[in-house]
Design a protein around this ligand. Structure first.
Ligand code: NAG
Length: 241
């Protein structure tokens, strides 16, 4: 039996149902190749691309269904010289396509929640799992605030020594969040620190907050880090904006 909503969807597909989904465009403005990863949340089917190579200056896009919720990141320093595909940062299970595996932190994340039927989308850039490269997310089209959120700073450059992640040559390739580095409740907002009132900024989260105030610096960072847009925008994710 065809219900009313399905019938309406067939007639007004793009307006009522977002049948065409959102187009996510990845732009690599870094001077080096990155390997983006995509992860769909909540045991939903993964996107058609879950990991791919994106050389400097190049662009790739992928379509999402609606509603959709998930995250994007980019791996750096990937190679197959060890006989398997591994990356210096944000690895996802030693494979080019992440196939449902998330990024091993530290990794800068773009988090996106696309609502059905042109409802309210939420998106942010997160350094909660640390940072491996500068990133931004920008809606295109849509209505409402629809502002881009960007963390353009190179957070590896001045990363505090105790948060640094180095590659084999001693170069700092990522900056861990304090939660990733120390795994303590006061930094991870867990246990007795599991409320916004109890989990407050620390000297470590301030390192990220001062350089990238639009991005989440810890799990209960203020609401200024969550951005919204209505009416089914597309999104551009830029690496090294
Ligand atoms: C999103 O991208 C698709 C494909 O390029 C386009 O048809 C559609 O109009 C775009 N939507 C918005 C809101 O810009």
């Amino acid at each position: 039996m065809m219900n009313t909503r399905v019938a309406l969807c067939l007639i007004f597909a793009s307006f009522l149902c977002g049948a065409y989904g959102a187009k996510i465009t990845f732009v690599n403005k870094c001077s080096y190749t990155v390997w983006p990863g995509t992860l769909t949340s909540a045991q939903k089917p993964q996107l058609s691309k879950t990991g791919f190579e994106l050389p400097s200056g190049q662009t790739t896009s992928v379509d999402t269904p609606t509603p959709w919720e998930g995250r994007f990141w980019a791996r750096t320093g990937c190679s197959t010289s060890s006989g398997k595909f591994t990356c210096a940062t944000a690895n996802c299970g030693d494979q080019l396509e992440c196939n449902g595996a998330g990024a091993v932190p530290p990794a800068t994340l773009a988090e996106l929640h696309i609502e059905a039927n042109g409802g309210q989308d939420f998106y942010d850039i997160s350094n909660v799992d640390g940072s491996n490269l500068p990133m931004s997310i920008a809606p295109e089209g849509g209505s409402g605030d629809c502002k881009p959120s960007s963390c353009p700073a190179d957070l590896n450059a001045e990363c505090p020594a105790e948060l640094q992640m180095k590659d084999g040559s001693g170069k700092v390739v990522a900056c861990k969040s304090a939660c990733v580095a120390f795994n303590e409740p006061k930094y991870c907002c867990t246990g007795e620190f599991s409320t916004p009132e109890k989990c407050t900024p620390t000297q470590y989260s301030e390192y990220f907050e001062q350089r990238c105030p639009q991005a989440y610096s810890y799990a209960y960072d203020d609401k200024s880090s969550t951005f919204t847009c209505f009416q089914g925008p597309n999104y551009t994710i830029t690496f090294c904006p």
